[in-house]
Design a protein around this ligand. Sequence first.
Ligand SMILES: *Cc1c(COP(=O)(O)O)cnc(C)c1O
Length: 387
Amino acid sequence: MITNAISEEATRLAASGSLPAYVYDLDALRSHASAIQAALAVPGAPEVFYAAKANPDAPILRALAPYVAGIEVASGGELEHVRSVLPDARLAFGGPGKTDQELVRAMELRVERIHVESPYELKRLSELAHTSGRTVDVMLRVNLAGDRAGAALAMSGPFGMDPDLMELCRPILAASSSIRLRGIHAHLASGLDAKDMVKQSSEILRWGRAWLDKMGVAHPEFNLGGGMAVDYGNPSSVFDWPTYGRSVAELAGPDETLRIEPGRAMSVYAGWYVTQVLDVKRAYGEWFAVLRGGTMQFRTPVTKQHNQPCVVLPHAGDGPEVTDEPVTLVGQLCTPKDVFARQVPMERIGVGDVVAFSMAGAYAWNISHHDFLMHPKPGFHYLDTKA
Ligand SMILES: *Cc1c(COP(=O)(O)O)cnc(C)c1O
């Protein structure tokens, strides 16, 4: 569903020849984040660290900051960027394959929790901390097997440690005077609804408590990951934060701290990729609308293999149009993969019309291969009544 603010901005940008563009509705982002914050204001409910990799755009980070407890970064690049945009934010640093240089920067830039992904990484971090005379606070990232049926993406592979590998961390921790073990981190799947997310959280807690018990960790922390479901086929069905917050709070022990790190479910709704129809034609019985720009600027529908939801805003043009037909929306790239949405039932679409794709606020511009074919870059615009 498009708001007046977005359609007015889209029309304005079309009139000034400024499409394609990303339009971020920071007001909508604030009210969404505020609703999540309210749903998690239950004693025992997890604190939120926004996963910057979903969308690290500076105005997005600044708009979210008041509503989250901290930010999770997944690389040295994100770390430098987020620290410069939010000098005082609490940070957690995760991700496989951290370099020595990244680990040192994490300590220098006051990362509060480092999520360690292997015994070798733990050993290196211990030595680097020792050399620089620091003590570093660590969460160990575990990758639990188990049934992830229903998940859009199960994080199997090189992420974190399986329970056998976790055992190799015990002697390293016992021998290290520079590492403080704080708890367990687990990000196991993405695309889970509230009920499945609660089930997974309880599984992580059960396993993590037993593991930490043997280490004598006081006030243990559990980072239960991100991956809250987003439904591109039904944009109005959002993750049930109140149910999740209430149910997870009930799982928390009195001296435990729970944390989550959602990305997509926080920022996806605030972004729009707005563009314009350049051509309409029929090929072998199928109707196509060719749009300015393409998936090199908005890769989400290609990676997710879905139809990106969109709204067509009529705009006077004297070119071809089509009525009452399914239409496939493509971009300007010379590849059949450059598809935003296939066979979308259209009342009417014609040259000059503005097409506004919703749910473009996460894993969109920042995962796209911008330079492919060297088209001009999109503009970036922010709706922000607080500015
Ligand atoms: C990507 C990622 C997240 C965020 O996942 P979303 O699906 O965007 O919520 C959180 N934690 C880790 C470790 C990740 O890799």
